[in-house]
Ligand binder design. Structure first.
Ligand code: AMP
Length: 281
């Protein structure tokens, strides 16, 4: 696998692959890879002749009090994992390569980004949409793969691609989980052993809500309360949000219309974890 650090080099590489008749699958990440990321790479390998992954911890999508500088990084290990999965190239640009000093443009998807993670992380999705647009323009992939774990992110990227006529197909891949149900995340390494034991309750509570829906519950207020009460059992947990929203517009609803997205963000100590489930699937 090639590791390429400049925009010119990755463009050249992609050009050659395309000239060889290969479709380009693209997996953008911030690195510190786990099985969740690799499931995107494997899916891309199944569907595309050549897979390009990127690792770039994008400063634009972190708030001033967030964990940009502490975000875990291990390029050597990541490169080995990508190579073993059959990625053809890794694009790993520097901050200056992506954002030279005079950079001043951003991409904003309005509406969809007003709530859920958009409300608690102002500017986050502007950073995501901007970097993903740049990466799409650099790599020019046929298909790009995103995890359902970041459900709002997938909806935002799909909307952006439609609104701006970016010629790429967006594929959403199911959330990879640890054996006890915890959604895999690079940030799970921040959890203390005690928090790690508590964290699976987040997904368990979403599953319980989903089971209540299967049993006929349609009152969204009650379902949200159920999940909030369960999470309230955890000592160090503070709930950022638990919400049920329509798909794909993320509108609120009192009476459940299926399928719907139930999403949560919860802080365990200093670590903010997100997870979601599609009700009625
Ligand atoms: P990140 O490195 O956290 O920016 O994630 C890069 C991509 O991997 C995004 O599309 C995420 O949604 C996806 N991803 C992260 N965790 C998981 C997971 N547990 N299962 C599936 N996809 C994931």
């Amino acid at each position: 696998m090639l590791i390429l650090e400049t925009i010119a080099d990755i463009r050249n590489f992609v050009k050659k692959e395309r000239a060889g008749g290969k479709a380009i699958g693209f997996v953008p990440t911030m690195g510190y890879l786990h099985e969740g990321h690799l499931s995107l790479v494997r899916r891309a390998k199944e569907e595309c002749g050549s897979v390009v992954a990127s690792i770039f911890v994008n400063p634009l999508q972190f708030g001033p009090k967030e964990d940009f500088s502490q975000y875990p990084r291990d390029l050597e290990r990541d490169a080995r994992m990508l190579d073993e999965c059959g990625a053809a190239a890794l694009f790993h640009p520097s901050g200056d390569e992506m954002y030279p000093g005079n950079f001043s443009t951003s991409v904003e998807v309005s509406g969809l980004t007003d709530h859920l993670c958009g409300a608690s992380r102002p500017g986050h999705f502007r950073g995501v949409s901007t970097v993903v647009t740049k990466l799409f323009n650099i790599v020019l992939p046929d298909r790009a793969y995103f995890g359902q774990k970041d459900a709002q992110q997938v909806l935002v990227i799909k909307k952006m691609v439609r609104d701006l006529n970016i010629p790429v197909e967006i594929i959403s891949v199911p959330t990879a989980r640890e054996a006890d149900g915890l959604a895999m995340s690079s940030r799970n390494v921040y959890l203390t052993p005690e928090q790690r034991l508590e964290a699976p309750l987040l997904y368990r509570s979403l599953k319980e809500a989903s089971e209540a829906v299967a049993a006929g519950e349609r009152n969204t207020g009650k379902l949200v309360r159920m999940v909030r009460d369960r999470i309230g059992e955890l000592k160090g947990a503070s709930i950022d949000y638990v919400e049920i929203r329509s798909i794909p517009d993320l509108n609120e609803m009192e009476v459940l219309k299926l399928p719907a997205l139930m999403a949560l963000a919860v802080r365990l100590g200093k670590t903010r974890l997100i997870d979601n489930i599609v009700l009625g699937e």
